[in-house]
Design a protein around this ligand. Sequence first.
Ligand code: CP
Length: 301
Amino acid sequence: MKHIVAVGQFERAWIETLFADADRMRSVTAAEGLVRGKILATLFYEPSTRTRLSFESAMLRLDGQVISTENAREFSSAIKGESVEDTIRIVAGYADCIVIRHFERGAAQRAANASPVPIINGGDGPGEHPTQALLDLYTIQNELGQIDDLKVALVGDLRFGRAARSLALLFRKTRNTELVFVAPGAVPMGDDIKDALDGASVSWREEPDLTKAMGEVDVVYQTRIQQERFATPEEYTEAQGIYIITPDNMKDLGQHAVVMHPLPRVDEIHPEVDPDPRAAYFRQARNGVFIRMALLHQLLA
Ligand code: CP
């Protein structure tokens, strides 16, 4: 695989190998020099904490080097009108691999089409976030010991939330998964995802009652309402603050189950939930380093 653009690229056997590699990456040190001499460029046109810094941390832990533009929309030549394609052609001359986050759906594919070096999609607008989906599924395996035969609630902004969209699509590579969509009326899961799940015989249903969903699932995957994607503040206000995980509704969640979130959160998980051992979202973010080490090693070694 040259580029990582969408979860539709991933086959089950490849995912299992990547997860085994990620397990091994937990004990890898820079001294081993697994990608020594290679350079990663992180080209971010939208804000990020986890994706950019975990990719950069992953590269440094493999003994590679990093060049970065963290606000490419303003501080790269995009502000002068340079196209994504031209920028990629230039950066590919400076780096062996490029992670791009862009505000437009499809921008990562455009970058891949123009690039002689591997492109990794770090999020393309409301499109996809494939490496997030990989670390999410890896977290489920780590937390529950399995990725099959699970019932999962995807909660929050399922319309604009690229993490939830990509994870839903990735469940096509699992067996006997049941998905429960708990979304405000303004931001339901898109028909494109529902059609793809139907095509892969993944069971799904919409459920307006978060408490009911929490009582029946193994994983609650909460997401932020994506304020930056709404046309008006009124539309955002209509969708916001409806589904919040609190210590009170955690009582409905099975003791074996976990709460996940791609982060950042705003108010959709109450901070008092954090000490609960079933709150897996900070462990999930940490897993991103190991999945991204495994990916970079595969692409660059
Ligand atoms: N989960 C995620 O993509 O976080 P960042 O926006 O901080 O990269």
